[in-house]
Write a protein that binds this ligand. Structure first.
Ligand code: GTR
Length: 433
């Protein structure tokens, strides 16, 4: 075939133009070199906006903590609205689940009015015990059926992401998604140690795509979408965190649950979510961040792995619009992520990294944990955070009130991670009854 040189040249020009426009809008390549981490100084945790140093626990609780919470609302995650009235509907209950070893419940949390159609479906496994059980509450990525092979778990009919490996093509979960994340949940191990498991599908709260904040729980607050949307209106991470608090609203009513001993946990984007949920809602007695990275436990100012610009570009719906001001300008953020960890004090918090998960900046996660320690020390006394000076070796859990490990392997949740979380919860979620 004869090729027209003019057409050919035009095609090249178009290609070059396309390429350069992609390059122009693309954030710079991720840095994985410790030598390239810029010099930075973190915003002060214990000096308030009027320049006053926090000297007592009261100073922190009454002056600085509310300021920092507000800064995260206004500049990072967005402001969450007050919840509507809720109705809890027990959809199923079995006292002989998992070969007779556990109680299983499915509870629909209706956000009123029911006509809104927004329902959060909570799945609970509880150990058979005389006493109300402490519980690990976390969101899942593919529907409740993904956490265990138990055929009795209702398959979600909500929107899910498409996924080749799981054979999801039409944004609906299929049978192949049963137990697809059971390794990440370790239900039997958790139950054996005397804890319950509570979970909800994060897409019940807000489907994870940029739809202009009109679906999921955002739909209940139309003033936070469209033209009226404020630059500090809640994004999806805030919505997911808000959903965790609605699960907590239910857990407080369940006599089989010890709601004073609920640990909130999450992996990756749901780890960011767990931290923000625990920062805002004091009812969570303990928080766990598994490989949460940028916008979670990792310091933004290190510019290592995922950056603010990258995350805002790839996931424009996760944070509030104000957060975009800091694309490439992390140094101007009025907060950094050590302050998010500090908001959880004096409650115990565990931060876990994975050695191959450089995108999430393991060192940045450790340094944030470390930099949060002064608040724990102010509230609970010297040494209370208990972290070592330097990052621990791989596969060694360290810390007291702030726990930390970096394990072998990639971005994931493993049995090793769970062993550390269970040991940490054993130490800190003590039954005082
Ligand atoms: C990545 C994202 C991370 C992390 C992760 C996940 O693509 O860049 O911030 O949240 O997804 O949630 O799996």
């Amino acid at each position: 075939m004869l090729r027209s040189p003019i057409l050919h040249r035009t095609a090249i020009v178009i290609l070059i133009t396309m390429h350069s426009s992609i390059a122009a809008s693309d954030p710079p390549k991720a840095n994985y070199d410790e030598q390239q981490v810029p010099a930075y100084s973190l915003p002060e945790l214990l000096i308030d906006s009027s320049g006053r140093r926090m000297e007592t626990p009261h100073d922190w609780q009454v002056r600085r903590r509310p300021e920092i919470l507000k800064l995260f609302e206004s500049h990072v995650y967005g402001r969450s609205p007050r919840p509507p009235k809720l109705e809890f509907e027990l959809k199923s209950e079995a006292s002989d689940a998992l070969e007779g070893s556990a109680i299983r419940k499915e509870v629909a949390i209706h956000l009123l009015p029911r006509a809104s159609g927004v329902v959060l479906n909570l799945l609970l496994y509880l150990p058979k015990s005389e006493r109300p059980a402490p519980v690990f509450l976390g969101l899942n990525f593919w529907g409740n059926q993904s956490i265990h092979a138990d055929q009795a778990i209702t398959l979600t009919d909500a929107w899910t992401r498409n996924d080749k490996e799981l054979g999801i093509e039409n944004n609906r979960a299929n049978e192949a998604t049963r137990a697809c994340e059971s390794e990440r949940w370790q239900v039997e191990q958790v139950l054996k140690r005397g804890f319950g498991v509570a979970t909800m599908y994060y897409g019940d709260i807000d489907p994870d795509f940029d739809d202009g904040f009109t679906n999921g729980v955002h739909s209940l607050y139309p003033q936070t979408a469209g033209e009226q949307r404020e630059p500090d209106a809640w994004g999806s991470i805030a919505a997911w965190a808000w959903g965790l608090s609605r699960a907590m609203d239910y857990l407080e009513t369940d006599p089989l649950v010890d709601s004073k001993r609920v640990a909130v946990w999450g992996h990756s984007r749901l780890g960011k979510t767990a931290l923000w949920a625990a920062a805002q809602d004091n009812r969570f007695a303990l928080a766990i961040s598994n490989n949460s990275g940028c916008g979670g436990a990792a310091l933004s100012r290190r510019l290592f792995g995922e950056t603010v610009e990258r995350i805002n570009t790839n996931f424009p719906h996760w944070f509030c619009r104000n957060f975009r001001q800091y694309n490439g300008k992390e140094g101007e953020l009025p907060v950094d992520q050590h302050m998010l960890v500090a908001l959880i004090a004096p409650r115990p918090v565990y931060i876990a990294s994975a050695a191959e998960d450089l995108w999430a900046d393991p060192r940045g996660e450790f340094l944030a944990a470390k930099a949060a320690a002064p608040v724990y020390e102010l509230l609970l006394g010297a040494g209370s955070a208990g972290l070592p000076e330097d990052m621990p070796p791989i596969d060694k859990s360290v810390g007291e009130r702030i726990g930390y490990h970096i394990r072998t392997g990639k971005h994931d949740v493993t049995a090793y991670d769970w062993q550390q979380y269970l040991n940490f919860a054993d130490r800190h979620l003590t039954d005082n009854k």
